[in-house]
Design a protein around this ligand. Structure first.
Ligand code: BJW
Length: 250
């Protein structure tokens, strides 16, 4: 493993433009269940792939609203972990680093990452189901969706299956993936599209791909380096090794 970390640190030492593409695994060590794990307790009998659809919301608005309230509460109660913080540290040591995340939890920004591209929206914001009017200051703890001024139900500002990703964010993510020379793929199962296409775009354009995940994924096949492990453990080791080989101790 140390050899793989050293190889990764050497790639970083020559990289001019780095993208860190993350999924639910990067927040796991903060105590946020991964998307596929988000079926704890009360939610054990529900399929997240059904809850996270416009059809699921239309069929049972209070159920989907309460699932997101439960997750919003969890997000509020936790802190960024060593993995999120290591990404911020790395951003101070390379010419350019951007975070592209599928996560809706806002933990990269809370750790200090700037200009994070949130492909799947944010659990902290809301808009209405029918007209997409944004809504501020939605109270906590409601059992069912409150109504917008137009009468439509409010919903979380996240991207559900079958919905389009925000166009500008997705366009920027495609561009950065084409232009980077090193992409880290951290804590994603790599099966939800179009997000999962980003590592392939980077690879096809000539970037090196480093994957961090305790389990192999479809992306492992194209990874130049696969680091099996937890991001909160592996990312800080990369920072320390990078500092050693470049003499860039703080
Ligand atoms: C650790 C760890 C630790 C654990 N450290 N790692 C092309 C082909 C096939 C299908 C499609 C396609 N293009 C579009 C589609 C349809 C669909 C899709 O992709 N379906 C697939 C399931 C097949 N995509 C869409 O519908 C998208 N819209 C779209 O494309 O519109 C146009 C269109 C529509 C319909 C047809 C065609 C075109 C929208 C996708 C929106 C996804 N939204 C969600 C919900 C957001 C809100 C919420 O969170 O509730 O986003 S789904 C869910 O998956 C969530 C996540 O962001 C996303 C990715 O999940 P992620 O991050 O990979 O998490 P997990 O839980 O799956 O995996 C965790 C990983 O971490 C694991 O690998 C662990 O091993 C690892 N891990 N601990 C590091 N400590």
């Amino acid at each position: 493993m140390q050899q793989l970390i050293e190889t990764t640190a050497s790639l970083l030492a020559t990289a001019k433009s780095v993208v860190v593409f993350t999924g639910a695994g990067v927040s796991k060590e903060s105590g946020i269940p991964t998307f596929r794990d988000a079926q704890e307790g009360l939610w054990a009998n529900y399929d997240p792939q059904t809850l996270a659809t416009p059809e699921g919301f239309a069929a049972n608005p209070p159920l989907v609203w309460q699932w997101y309230e439960w997750r919003r509460q969890k997000v509020r109660d936790v802190k960024p972990n060593a993995g999120h913080i290591a990404i911020v540290e790395l951003s101070t040591k390379v010419p350019e680093l951007r975070v592209i995340t599928q996560n809706i939890d806002g933990l990269h920004a809370r750790a200090g990452s700037k200009d994070v591209l949130e492909l799947h929206g944010s659990i902290a914001r809301h808009y209405c189901f029918d007209e997409q009017h944004p809504a501020d200051d939605v109270p906590d703890g409601l059992d069912e969706p409150p109504l917008c001024w137009c009468g439509s139900m409010l919903r979380p500002a996240v991207v559900w299956f079958g919905e389009s990703l925000p166009g500008k964010v997705l366009g920027d993510a495609f561009r950065l993936s084409k232009e980077c020379d090193l992409m880290f793929v951290v804590g994603t199962a790599g099966v939800v599209y179009p997000a999962a296409s980003l590592p392939y775009i980077a690879k096809d354009a000539g970037a090196k791909v480093v994957e961090i995940n305790p389990e192999p994924t479809p992306i492992t096949d194209i990874a130049d380096v696969f680091l099996p492990g937890y991001s909160g453990h592996v990312l800080p080791q990369i920072v320390t090794t990078f500092e050693k080989i470049t003499g860039s101790h703080p």
